[in-house]
Design a protein around this ligand. Structure first.
Ligand SMILES: Cc1cc2nc3c(=O)[nH]c(=O)nc-3n(C[C@H](O)[C@H](O)[C@H](O)COP(=O)(O)OP(=O)(O)OC[C@H]3O[C@@H](n4cnc5c(N)ncnc54)[C@H](O)[C@@H]3O)c2cc1C
Length: 453
């Protein structure tokens, strides 16, 4: 171990365990752990994610013995200045494959090179880094299933242990941290930090993985891992989860979900323009704009569309900053196919509120639903909210949990409250809005627009 100094630039890998870049930094010498607050990333993030990030940084700071240096500014300038200040010959980080991250890292590499210093990437936030899984002819995949088969076949590295006895450099000054906003989620922050991530993972793997294949689509049961904010900020790495999964139907299904995460990162790295552009150019449908569309959009965001499963999902998002995957699909489909509103508007709303908001998974989750993306749901498949509700929330518990006005309506009748007995739809339930659109008519309208594109 040399006596050189290395800067460990933490970005979305805010953990000490299984962090190959940190291992490399510790091997290089004494380590200055650095986080750069970057307004370009913070501005569009929404209060929930910024508050979660700050809490995660507190946890990381404790895990690095208080040595974490927080600075604010343009990353290429800040990293260059810190490296010069501490006399580091190398800056280590996990590689970022997002459209903004790549540009930022190129600028930082150049800035450091100008001073004779090195920016070195070790690892990435993915089990398999974007650009690694390729078809036999060496091209990137555009369809999930063959991607996931190759992903499994090629495999991933084993986790690496947290480095022993890291020699953290203390006393390097931080800037005052940008103000922490109050989270918009009325239920506050979900569990934060590397230790909480492990607790959640261990609980999921011991109690829920067995039935994951059957139960993962049931928002009423809430049986998924809820690890997405941890995966987003890297307080746990997918490789660590894959190493513990074992061999069961639930484990295979869970690994497939992690493969979706890697797939969408791979697709975004291939096609950075798809943050805004349709992945399939020809799927350019006509969207509604103007006052009436704005009113409908507002009803959707507030969970007041009169479609109970949609409203439950949108209210879960406001309360928890998280929404169950099945309901993300239902609410997204409703915005695009029942309200004819551009998927980009919905994606931006999700990004504002989700603690796990991730450009690749969110953009391509939306594009999949809108029929504009990879493996897109065929455009003629339009989710019927009442049928989806009855199938995936068969007793109506999820709707009653999030839409209190409907609590007096028993069982699955809650999915179509106005068609039940009149005496049920009275009292508090009468304050629940009437459906803002006619699903059958809007389905036909959506099909026309998709055919005309
Ligand atoms: C319209 C839409 C928007 C979405 N936006 C996001 C987003 O911004 N951030 C995000 O992390 N996920 C997003 N997803 C994917 C998925 O809904 C969430 O990852 C999942 O609900 C998180 O809950 P969990 O951790 O309990 O999931 P689990 O079922 O426990 O899955 C484990 C992990 O696998 C990954 N995963 C699961 N499903 C998917 C998927 N369909 N696509 C990509 N990765 C997946 C996630 O990292 C997740 O944490 C979106 C899906 C849709 C349909």
């Amino acid at each position: 171990m040399g006596d050189d100094v290395a800067v460990m630039w933490f970005r979305r890998d805010l953990r000490v365990g299984d962090n190959p870049a940190l291992v490399a930094a510790a091997e290089a010498g004494r380590v200055v752990p650095l986080f750069v607050h970057d307004d370009v990333l913070a501005r569009p993030s929404g209060a929930n994610r910024v508050a979660y990030l700050h809490a995660t940084l507190d946890s990381l700071a404790a895990d690095v013995g208080g040595a974490l240096v927080e600075r604010t500014g343009v990353p290429s300038k800040v990293v260059r200045a810190v490296a010069a200040e501490v006399g580091a010959s190398v800056v280590l980080a996990a590689e970022d494959f997002g459209p903004y991250g790549r540009g930022r890292d190129d600028a930082t590499r150049q800035a450091l090179a100008g001073d004779g210093r090195l920016l070195r990437f070790v690892g990435s936030p993915y089990a398999v880094a974007p650009g690694t899984v390729k078809t036999r002819s060496g091209t990137p995949f555009k369809v999930f299933t063959p991607f996931s088969q190759m992903w499994r076949q090629d495999g991933w590295d084993d986790p690496v242990a947290a480095p022993d006895g890291v020699r953290w450099v203390r006393g390097v000054g931080s800037d005052p941290r940008p103000e922490t906003p109050s989270p918009e989620a009325t239920e506050g922050l979900p569990p934060v930090g590397e230790h909480a991530a492990w607790e959640a993972a261990e609980q999921f793997l011991s109690e829920r993985i067995g039935a994951y294949k059957e139960d993962r689509n049931r928002p009423d049961l809430d049986r998924t891992s809820r690890l997405s904010p941890h995966l987003k900020f890297g307080t746990i790495h997918p490789r660590q989860l894959l190493a513990l999964l074992g061999d069961s139907a639930g484990a295979t299904t869970f690994a497939t979900e992690l493969a979706w995460r890697d797939f969408y990162a791979d697709v975004l790295a291939q096609r950075p323009d798809t943050v805004h552009a349709n992945f399939v150019d020809s799927m350019d449908v006509r969207w509604d704009t103007g006052d009436a569309a704005d009113e409908r959009f507002e009803a959707w965001t507030a969970g007041r569309t009169g479609f109970p499963i949609v409203d439950a999902g949108m209210r879960q998002l406001l309360a928890e900053g998280w929404m169950h995957n099945r309901v993300r699909m239902i609410t997204a489909s409703f915005l695009v196919k029942d309200l004819h509103i551009d998927w980009r508007r919905g994606a931006a709303w999700f990004m504002r509120h989700l603690f796990d908001g991730d450009v690749a998974s969110n953009t391509h989750g939306w594009q999949w639903t809108a029929g504009t993306g990879t493996d897109a749901a065929p455009f003629f498949r339009v989710f019927n909210p009442a049928l989806q509700g009855r199938r995936f929330d068969p007793e109506g518990d999820y709707v009653r949990r999030h839409v209190p006005e409907l609590r007096s309506i028993p069982g699955k009748a809650v999915h179509e409250p106005r068609t039940g007995a009149d005496d049920l739809f009275s009292g508090e339930a009468s304050s629940y809005p009437a459906p803002i659109v006619d699903h059958a008519a809007e389905r036909d309208e959506a099909l026309d627009r998709y055919r005309q594109r």
